[in-house]
Write a protein of this length. Structure first.
Lengths: 330, 330
């Protein structure tokens, strides 16, 4: 942007918040900037989060059906609660409708909500409706924290794991944006990773039940940026090394994209909604034997260190990765 | 709108919700369509609500300063909690920023939040940030219900009260839209009722402590529509009579507007954030003596009946009022 004043991104907001908003209420247990806010309400802990989906920013009616958009909005919103170790229970929906929208689209939007509510055992408890220039859905989700909540913020000497393939969702979006090119090819699985990311809550619950996860985040804006958010949340002096060859990638991507594109999709694509977490080195053996006995698979893609730098190691070559991924800019 | 399919308003959404979303979770205590959702969380009850403010729908940078817009967004949001008898404690802010917005505006938006947080003893606990074509702020607020929550939905044989003047806020907006006409005139008080509606929480708490309020709503979209929402929420067969001469109106309005305009501002203007509530006829004497001893004043503007019709009685003439006020249409 030409005007220097306007040249800011979402990180600017976090700086304002950090500087100006001090915690006063002892029932607010974590801090702004985590995946969700943890509150002590009554005698229990809850996670609360809101997440907006705006037309032509987060989704397009060109690529998704209305019922897919609302269903995905629920996935996106509850992913933040799941990343804190909370069980989603309730959601509110602030629906902002562009004038001229057909009521059939609204019916389908609510059909998607109904389906998601049933699939994830959630209850729609309210919201509001407004007219708007741009169609958007802003979901607030509330979930209960059964045991301990899991925050962002890693420590030195931890192993970094990812629950599942990265890059598939953004590859799916790329295909949707260029449908003609892929006509007749078997790209359904890839597209589906964007349209309806699989959260695999069952697997996540098993992971959490090991009690060995020390920090966690959901990968929404790309591995590069979300890894930084995960490890540096409490301690800026932390660094990490990620081994490219250990990152799980959907095999069929190699049929449709070259190496360079795949690296970009995996590292900076986002929209995957897989979970990135750390386990202490000392707990590694116990953790891995526990998950083996639970019959689940996760991927140890690297480890934290005290260098302050995040590095990608590919074919033995070390590359600093300090920017990338999706940041809202204004 | 020309296309019949598109000819729907926000009531259409409530119909979808009523038809398709059945209550399953026993911890959701009231119903969609109330001012806020009441949840049993842990061993306490909480009220949760979200309320969006969209540029050129709910506010304009032409009429309000950025810090006034965010401050008012907090007022608007917590008003829903207050109308349920809850004490606001936390808020999340989903901030959607139009590209090209200056960072100074963002600073001021957060200054308004900070001021409101201090004035209302609230804690900002999170939110999210996105780019958008239209500037908007979507607030989610959470408050604790200390005793019983107060729902919408009146009964036959109740007196209808309003806490304070109606029509002033929309008169203020009318003046702001035509500033030149009112230059040099003493309209500050009227404008202020729009810019920063006075919630008078102290008075509301005293009213609630009588334990005699049977139903309540905040007047946001105009007396006509909000009265209908209040009394018919549980029983469509209810009606009401409102006596025009009993509605409190800021005296200075008569200096600037004619009778017809004032009636429209009072009945359909909205934006007042005063509280409309009912008290059983049998409790009327006790209620009024209680509030007298608490040194607060409210206005008995009418009563409910079993006619199904809402009537305005002005100079002894009865007029049916079944539409009016602000409804989002698409």
């Amino acid at each position: 942007m030409s005007n220097r004043i306007n040249n800011f991104d979402e990180n600017y907001i976090y700086k304002i918040l950090k500087k100006n908003f001090k915690k006063n209420n002892k029932n607010f247990l974590n801090n702004i900037g985590d995946d969700a806010s943890i509150l002590k309400l009554g005698n229990k802990k809850y996670a609360v989060s809101c997440d907006i989906q705006i037309e032509n920013v987060h989704f397009s009616f060109k690529y998704s059906k209305p019922e897919e958009i609302s269903y995905r909005a629920v996935i996106v919103a509850i992913s933040d609660l799941l990343a804190m170790g909370a069980r989603p229970e309730f959601f509110l929906n602030s629906l902002n409708i562009k004038k001229g929208t057909s009521s059939k689209i609204i019916d389908k939007i609510f059909y998607g909500f109904k389906k998601a509510a049933r699939d994830f055992n959630l209850e729609l408890i309210g919201g509001n409706v407004s007219s708007s220039k741009q169609f958007s859905l802003d979901l607030t989700v509330i979930g209960v924290v059964k045991k301990k909540y899991i925050s962002r913020g890693s420590s030195v000497g931890q192993n970094i794991y990812i629950t599942d393939n990265l890059g598939t969702a953004s590859a799916g979006l790329k295909i949707l944006k260029n449908k003609k090119k892929y006509e007749g090819l078997n790209v359904k699985k890839i597209i589906q990773a964007y349209i309806k990311p699989e959260l695999n809550i069952h697997k996540l619950n098993k992971l959490i039940s090991t009690n060995l996860i020390k920090s966690m985040i959901d990968v929404t804006d790309g591995l590069t940026i979300d890894l930084k958010r995960l490890i540096k949340y409490k301690d800026k002096s932390l660094g990490a090394s990620i081994i490219w060859e250990k990152i799980p990638i959907e095999r069929s991507l190699y049929k449709f994209f070259n190496q360079k594109t795949i690296e970009n999709l995996v590292m900076n694509g986002g929209d995957d909604y897989k979970f990135l977490f750390t386990v202490d080195e000392k707990d590694k053996k116990v953790f891995e034997s526990k998950i083996k006995s639970k019959k689940i698979k996760v991927h140890n893609i690297g480890n934290t260190d005290n260098t302050g730098v995040i590095k990608l190691i590919k074919s033995g070559m070390v590359k600093k990765i300090d920017s990338g991924g999706f940041l809202h800019r204004f």
